[in-house]
Design a protein around this ligand. Structure first.
Ligand code: COA
Length: 372
């Protein structure tokens, strides 16, 4: 059995930024217009007023200050509140594949590989822009990789489910070098007219190259991976192929994203650290052995509490860095981005734990050790 290692990672974020103030100004303009247009119905108790949002609330409740987005003007336009992305002809590379390729190229360049060095491609993200053909097949073709390609989803935890799978495939000899892509266009899924969620997500693309250990130096040994699920309906995106048959594609229904934020917070803060600790127990790793944990970035208070339960010490920016303020929640790409940005300073032989959590609920955890 061959051990696996992370050879390289890469991430890419779009240059367009929306600050909390910009987002709130647009949302509040939408809410104010709605409330004035429906003033009579609201006064008669026949409609509910849309509540106002505030930058201060967003920063204090979530830790988010800005987010990078694929397309800005459509999100801020109160007549649309979704990114404007023109349709492309079928022969053109799809938006999501193109978005993935930005970070894939960075990961390939860092490793000194080209696409022909890859023999498996997994797209592991919250959603794919079409049902088939798999976006991974398009990426495989674009970079000239061989072997298999498939798409999988497990919301914000998807990248670590991909890593868990890649680790198993490599250890069992079914592949030598797997590319895991997490291209997240979350602003296309989010509902920017709903106060509970309008500020949460940003867009980002991340990639990881995982390979069999052939004795060459560099990279990060994958010491252990583990995933667990516990069904919950508290965080949902119901948009899918069945909407057509259900005839529920109604703009007023907008079945894109909804959550019970309180419940998600409470449930996930309890569940995620337990999964990470079970992964650590399986490989005899104690919190003292772990210098750093790279967590999925959902909410700064969740990051604080989950880090403390994994590490058995208070969170600091050193032992559990946060990138929420700049990027918001970028779903499955966030844990890879966090690792990519905050791992160069670790010394050879030092160990870290990645943990990602989200809808499902699904939690993925992995322990990695820096190689000489
Ligand atoms: N702007 C201004 N005020 C707001 C607001 C907004 N956008 N949203 C809520 N409020 C108000 C509420 O009305 C409430 O007011 P009240 O005390 O007068 O009733 C107050 O702020 C607190 O609201 P609450 O819903 O309790 O906020 P919270 O502290 O629980 O934070 C979330 C809400 C969504 C940030 C938080 O529940 C969360 O992060 N949950 C996890 C969600 C998540 O990360 N999902 C993805 C997981 S991968």
């Amino acid at each position: 059995m061959q051990n696996s290692l992370i050879r390289s990672t890469g991430y890419w974020v779009p240059p367009n930024v929306i600050t909390n103030d910009e987002l709130v100004a647009s949302y509040n303009a939408y809410a104010t217009r709605f409330n004035s247009r429906h003033a009579d119905a609201i006064a008669a108790g026949e409609a509910e007023a849309v509540p106002l949002s505030s930058s201060e609330f967003i920063r204090n409740a979530s830790g988010i200050e800005r987010r990078h987005v694929y397309e800005k003007t459509g999100i801020l336009d109160i007549d649309s509140m979704v990114p404007r992305i023109p349709p492309r002809p079928v022969e053109a590379v799809s938006v999501q594949a193109e978005f993935a390729l930005k970070s894939v190229q960075i990961a390939l360049d860092k490793a000194g590989y080209d696409g022909s060095d890859i023999d498996g491609v997994i797209v592991a993200s919250s959603a794919q822009q079409r049902n088939f053909p798999a976006v991974s097949c398009e990426i495989q073709e674009a970079i000239g990789a061989s072997g298999f390609a498939f798409d999988m989803t497990m919301a914000c935890a998807a990248a670590l489910y991909g890593l868990n799978l890649a680790n198993g495939l490599i250890r069992s000899g079914q592949a030598k070098r797997i590319l895991i892509c997490s291209p997240e266009l979350m602003t296309c899924i989010n509902v920017h007219s709903r106060r509970e969620v309008h500020f949460i997500f940003g867009d980002a693309s991340a990639a990881m190259i995982v390979e069999a250990d052939d004795g060459r130096p560099g990279g990060w040994d994958v010491l252990g991976t583990h995933t667990e699920n516990k069904w919950s309906s508290a965080l949902r995106s119901d948009y899918g192929f069945i909407n057509i048959a259900e005839q529920s594609v109604d703009p007023a229904f907008a079945p894109h994203l909804d959550q019970d934020g309180h419940k998600v917070f409470k449930d996930v803060v309890g569940f995620a650290p337990k999964v990470a600790r079970r992964m650590m127990q399986q490989i005899d790793l104690t919190p003292n052995d772990v210098r750093r944990t790279w967590l999925h970035q959902a909410n700064i208070r969740m990051v604080d509490m989950i880090a403390k339960r994994i590490l058995e010490r208070d969170r600091t920016n050193e032992n559990a860095p946060s990138i929420l303020h700049e990027y918001g929640n970028t779903s499955s790409s966030s844990v890879v981005m966090n690792f990519d940005m905050h791992s160069d300073d670790m010394a050879v032989g030092e160990t870290g734990v990645m943990c990602a959590f989200g809808a499902g609920y699904g939690v993925g955890a992995a322990a990695v050790r820096k190689r000489a």
